[in-house]
Write a protein that binds this ligand. Structure first.
Ligand code: FE2
Length: 328
C-alpha cells in the first residue's frame, strides 16, 4: 500500500511516499525567503507552479506511477492559508481522478509521528518547536486518544522569535542557523526568563535582546548567545516539569527548530539525567516534508478513518489537541 503525502504549509513544498511505514520518497522544493520574510501569495504561487514537478520527482524516486498509489494525504494545518490551499487542491484533484481515499493531516502530529516511527518510540513526551509553534505534548486517552498540550507558548513560536531577532540584527537567512553561528563563543548577559508552570512567553525576551543590541552596549555575539541560551533553557525547564508530571519513558524533539544542535544537546542532557531515552529525527524530517504527511495518512487509512472529499478543508489554526488519534 503506497501512500502519497503533500505538504505546503509554509515555504517548503514537499511530496513524500510511504509504504508499510517505510519512506520510499521525500521530494521537495523550497521558496527562497530573502530578507523580507514570506509574502503568502508569492509563496503559494511558487507552490502552485511546482506541485506537478515535485509529485513527479517523488514518484520517480519511489519507482511508482500515480495509478500505483492507494491513498493520499495533505497538510490541513496549521499553516499559512494560501500556501495550505495548494496541497489541498492538488490532493483533492488526485483523489478524485484516481478514486483513492484522501486524509487531511495535522502538521504537528506528522512531525511527532515520523519521529516515533523512526525510533520505535510509541509514547514519548515531545517538544515540538517551529517558527509558529512551541508546544509540549504527549498522548492522553481521556476523553479519547489525543495529543494533550501540557505546555505552550502564550505569544509567539520560538522559531519566529529567533527569526525576528536575526532580522533586527540584519543577519541573512536561514536565520536560526545564522544566529547559532553568530552566538558561538559568546558570553552570557542577563535576559528576561519567562516560564509559567509548563507554559512560556518569548516576546519579552525578544524586545529586551533587540533593545540591548541597538543600544550598542553589548556585542552581537553575546546578545545572540544569551538570547538562544535563555529561550532554550525555558523550553527545557518546562519539559522537565512535564516529564515529572507524565512519567513518560521517552523524550522526543521535533519541528524546524529541532535542527538546532544546541537545543538537542540541552534537551538530551535533561532527558538522560532522568534516565529517559532521547530521540531527534534527521534534519530531513524536522524541516517541513511530505514523507511525514504520507506516514500519518497511511496510519489514518489503516485505522479505518474515512474523510469525504467535501470535508477536506484547510485550517490555519488546526490545533493538535483537536485531533482524535484513532491509529494509536
Ligand atoms: Fe514543520
Amino acid at each position: 500500500m503506497a501512500v502519497i503525502g503533500i505538504e505546503s504549509s509554509a515555504h517548503t513544498l514537499g511530496v513524500g511516499i510511504s509504504e508499510n511505514g517505510k519512506v520510499l520518497a521525500n521530494a521537495r522544493e523550497m521558496y527562497s525567503i530573502g530578507s523580507g520574510g514570506m509574502i503568502p501569495m508569492k509563496v503559494a504561487d511558487f507552490h502552485a507552479g511546482n506541485v506537478r514537478k515535485v509529485v513527479r520527482s517523488a514518484l520517480r524516486e519511489a519507482g511508482l506511477k500515480l495509478s500505483d498509489i492507494t491513498a493520499i494525504g495533505y497538510t490541513k494545518g496549521p499553516g499559512i492559508g494560501p500556501c495550505l490551499r495548494v496541497a489541498q487542491v492538488a490532493a483533492k484533484t488526485i483523489a478524485a481522478q484516481y478514486h483513492i481515499p484522501i486524509f487531511p493531516v495535522n502538521h504537528a502530529i506528522a512531525h511527532i509521528e515520523i519521529t516515533k516511527q523512526l525510533f520505535h518510540s510509541s509514547d514519548p513526551l515531545t517538544l515540538y518547536v517551529s517558527g509558529g509553534n512551541s508546544q509540549i505534548v504527549a498522548l492522553d486517552s481521556e476523553p479519547y486518544m489525543h495529543y494533550k498540550v501540557y505546555g505552550e507558548t502564550f505569544d509567539i513560536g520560538v522559531g519566529n522569535m529567533i527569526d525576528s531577532f536575526a532580522r533586527e540584527a540584519k543577519l541573512t537567512p536561514a536565520w536560526g542557523s545564522t544566529v547559532a553561528k553568530v552566538a558561538q563563543g559568546g558570553k552570557y548577559v542577563e535576559m528576561p526568563y519567562s516560564v509559567k508552570g509548563m507554559d512560556f512567553t518569548f516576546t519579552g525576551l525578544l524586545t529586551h535582546a533587540t533593545k540591548v543590541l541597538h543600544s550598542g552596549t553589548v556585542n552581537l555575539r553575546d546578545v545572540a548567545y544569551s538570547l538562544q541560551e535563555t529561550a532554550f533553557a525555558m523550553l527545557v525547564e518546562a519539559m522537565e516539569r512535564a516529564l515529572f508530571l507524565t512519567s513518560k519513558k521517552d523524550v522526543t524533539l521535533c519541528g524546524g527548530v529541532a535542527q538546532s544542535t544546541r537545543l538537542q544537546e540541552m534537551l538530551k542532557g535533561m532527558a538522560r539525567s532522568h534516565g529517559t531515552r532521547f530521540f531527534v529525527a534527521p534534519n530531513e524530517y524536522n524541516a517541513d516534508n511530505g514523507a511525514m504527511i504520507a506516514v500519518v495518512a497511511e496510519k489514518m487509512h489503516e485505522s479505518g478513518i474515512k474523510c469525504p472529499i467535501s470535508a477536506c478543508t484547510v485550517d490555519q489554526k488546526y490545533r493538535i489537541d483537536s485531533v482524535r488519534v484513532a491509529w494509536q
